[in-house]
Design a protein around this ligand. Structure first.
Ligand code: ZN
Ligand code: MN
Ligand code: MN
Length: 290
């Protein structure tokens, strides 16, 4: 099976424009914001825009779309107003995804801002339970993204995500996204092949590969364990081509959609280069065995 590959794609001018751009760039997967990512709320999606988006998507080569939530949302804020605003905004994002038929809403677990990780984790799970109760029967999952551990960010250890999922009542509503730059900065060595195997085995035993629904394919501008989140073009950072060779040839990760979040201009031509690089790393087993 061919791996689903694409990138975070601009929704400038409306969500349906992202489909046009992704199709033009030959993506088979894409990630979008369903609204301005620096705003708490946006005007509701109108029916015409939803219809256009869905019909364009259905006649495109894009097999999967995931959404990324607003950067403002912190589901474990210790400020009650911010916490409530985050919860309402997150629920609105789930609703927008559901309207667009998007199966996964990617989000950063949260920043505990000094409360401590344990309390932060409990608050995130409480926020998710509330969000799921307010969106009964929705198909969209809440997709936890691994983090670099910058500041007080939760999610730089697979165990954090496990604990959150354990505290969420409706586990069907939960999924996970690995961001390669984030886990590398968090200290998970995916560059060395032996270490890489252990990282994926650990992920499988702690969280379960069945929960892994997306990967963010970013090289890292910062070294292993730096805890600093800076994305770099594929092969140009500290993960390097070695690390991405491990991933692109891992059969267990073959069915997982892979999207770039690397630097890009308006036309996203940089994404084409990065996808070309990723594809070039795939070893042709047929040629090899013959
Ligand atoms: Zn993210
Ligand atoms: Mn990411
Ligand atoms: Mn990042």
């Amino acid at each position: 099976m061919e791996q689903l590959l694409g990138a975070h794609t601009s929704i400038s001018g409306g969500v349906s424009n992202a489909v046009d751009l992704a199709e033009k760039l030959n993506f088979t997967a894409m990630q979008i914001f369903t609204k301005n990512n620096n705003r708490w709320f946006a005007k509701p999606l109108d029916e015409k825009e939803i219809g256009t988006y869905i019909s364009k998507l259905n006649s495109s080569h894009i097999k999967i779309v995931v959404a990324h939530d607003s950067y403002l949302i912190n589901l474990c804020s210790k400020d009650l107003d911010m916490l409530n605003k985050s919860r309402e905004s997150f629920i609105d994002e789930l609703h927008r995804c559901e309207l667009l038929g998007i199966p996964h809403l990617n989000f950063h677990p949260g920043a505990h801002l000094g409360q401590g990780e344990e309390d932060g984790i409990k608050l995130i799970a409480e926020s998710l339970n509330i969000a799921h109760l307010k969106t009964p029967g929705y198909n969209v999952t809440s997709m936890l993204e691994t983090t670099a551990g910058q500041g007080s960010a939760i999610g730089y250890k697979f165990e954090h995500l496990r604990k959150i999922i354990d505290l969420v009542d409706d586990k069907k509503r939960m999924s996970v996204c690995i961001d390669t730059a984030h886990i590398f900065a968090a200290g998970y060595d995916i560059k060395n092949t032996t270490a890489y195997r252990k990282v994926i085995n650990d992920f499988d035993s702690i969280i379960g590969l069945d929960k892994l629904k997306c990967m963010h394919m970013n090289d890292s501008k910062k070294p292993l364990g730096s805890k600093v989140d800076r994305h770099e073009h594929i092969g140009k950072g500290f993960i390097g081509l070695e690390g991405f060779t491990n991933i692109m040839n891992d059969k267990k990760l073959n069915p997982v959609p892979k999207v770039l979040e690397t630097p890009k201009g308006k036309d996203q031509l940089e994404d084409l280069e990065n996808i070309k690089t990723l594809k070039s790393l795939i070893r042709n087993s047929k040629l090899k065995s013959s």
